[in-house]
Design a protein around this ligand. Structure first.
Ligand code: AMP
Ligand code: MG
Length: 411
């Protein structure tokens, strides 16, 4: 019996349907040094203060501030140097009245001292040091725990490990860390016209370009994407490729054959593979010919063969879903107002998706888009970090019009 599923759905409906079938993967322990960009799967509570001890941020002298209370430029106070503490060494002596300890940047402040005075503000020889002005208690002392306090929850599960987070893990002594496994994606390129990238062109043929673009975007978003290869426009061939990929992939993406032409066979192949179709066709331009299905808890996305349409569907429907799949706690894409410096020349009954690059012009956040954009093009997606959404029913838009944009660069 033919399956029933919604068609011509809104983008948000599609996202919600996909999210309801999306689970993150289990966690794995990896070396902290390889954890950049990965999604943390554990809570990190610091067992230590960072820095672990009160320390000096300068080369200078650790003293008791009361001892220099009467110091003045023509009436300096002289204190006796009792010890020298370089970084990496612990002070042995306590600073008593009329005493100073020579201290180097990063060294622990000795007991008894409550201030550090920089070299430049003193005059000294081997044995004594002179001060020319008073200092307040606590001056030039970096307190233990300034960066991270013992017992503080520093990082949360679902957070992207950016360079600062990896640095903090290192500082707290985590050489290994628990992160979510990367979802595995297989990309199947369907179409009789497709050639491998190292093939000579032949009449009517083109090289498979979109698989390489999709793999790159998915990789940037934290998934492990592999190119399965080219499959002919043949239902059985597409069905077996999908089944083969589902063996070890968490998500299968097909391109081509998702529209209504005689050779658009992905839908048929999915039914043959006993996948349940979630929806077919989404109200978006480009990217209308998009379908989604599930089998055994795994998802299949059928994208258009047109690279720009495939990218639009991947970005608009896919990003929130991929973020959730990767284990991120925040998967929603932020919306920001952006200015269209050159306007948008055409009326748009159904709305338009405009890939672009953020630019600041005259204090305004603008979207810089390529003038000519079409379904079959890849170039409009280069350096894309924002997507402008031309609303449904918008007439030609004047230069300087403000539209909603999807901001894609958040961590
Ligand atoms: P389809 O979605 O199969 O109707 O294909 C739409 C358009 O995209 C056609 O012009 C195809 O030749 C082109 N196309 C299909 N697959 C790819 C691909 N992997 N790389 C580049 N262009 C493609
Ligand atoms: Mg085709």
């Amino acid at each position: 019996m033919a399956q029933e599923y919604p068609t011509k759905i809104q983008i948000q409906e599609g996202i919600e349907m996909l999210l309801s079938h999306t689970e993150k993967k289990e966690a794995e322990i990896i070396e902290t040094e390889s954890a950049y960009g990965r999604i943390l799967a554990q809570e990190i509570k610091s067992q230590e203060n960072i820095p672990p001890f009160d320390r000096s941020p300068y080369d200078g002298y650790a003293i008791r501030s009361v001892d220099v209370a009467s110091a003045f430029h023509d009436r300096p106070v002289t204190l006796k140097i009792i010890e020298e503490v370089p970084a990496g060494h612990a002070p042995v002596k306590e600073v008593g009245p009329q005493e100073a300890v020579k201290i180097l940047t990063g060294a622990p402040v000795p007991k008894g001292a409550d201030a550090v005075v920089k070299y430049e503000d003193t005059s000294f020889d081997e044995k004594e040091v002179c001060f020319f002005s008073p200092v307040s208690s606590g001056s030039n002392i970096v307190k233990a725990g300034e960066d991270i306090k013992k017992g503080e929850i520093v990082l949360h599960p679902g957070q992207v490990l950016d360079p600062a987070a990896v640095g903090m893990l290192a500082g707290m002594g985590y050489s290994r860390v628990s992160v979510y496994k990367k979802p595995i994606v297989k990309i199947i390129s369907t179409g009789d016209e497709l050639l491998e990238i190292d093939s000579e062109l032949a009449p009517g043929k083109i090289r498979n370009s979109s698989a390489y673009m999709l793999k790159g975007f998915l990789g940037e978003w934290g998934l492990q994407a592999d190119i399965y290869g080219i499959v002919k426009d043949d239902t059985d061939a597409i069905c077996s490729a999908i089944c083969a990929c589902m063996e070890d992939a968490d998500l299968v993406i097909t391109t081509g054959g998702a529209s209504v032409g005689d050779y658009d066979l992905v839908l048929e192949a999915l039914e043959k593979a006993k996948a349940r179709v979630l929806f077919w066709k989404v109200a978006m331009k480009p990217g209308m010919a998009t379908l989604a299905a599930v089998r055994d808890g795994k998802m299949i996305l059928g994208l258009s063969g047109n690279p720009s349409a495939a990218a639009a569907a991947l970005f608009l429907l896919g990003i929130p879903v991929f973020r959730k799949m990767c284990g991120r706690e925040n998967w929603e894409v932020s919306r920001i107002p952006v200015c269209l410096p050159d306007g948008f020349p055409k009326g748009s009954p159904g709305g338009r998706i405009l890939p672009g690059t953020l630019q600041f012009r005259d204090g305004q956040v603008c979207i810089n888009t390529q003038k000519h954009q079409a379904n079959g093009m890849i170039s409009p997606w280069s350096n894309c970090n924002v997507i402008g959404l031309i609303p449904k029913g918008a007439g030609p838009l004047e230069p300087g019009s403000i539209i909603e944009g999807l901001y894609l660069e958040e961590g």
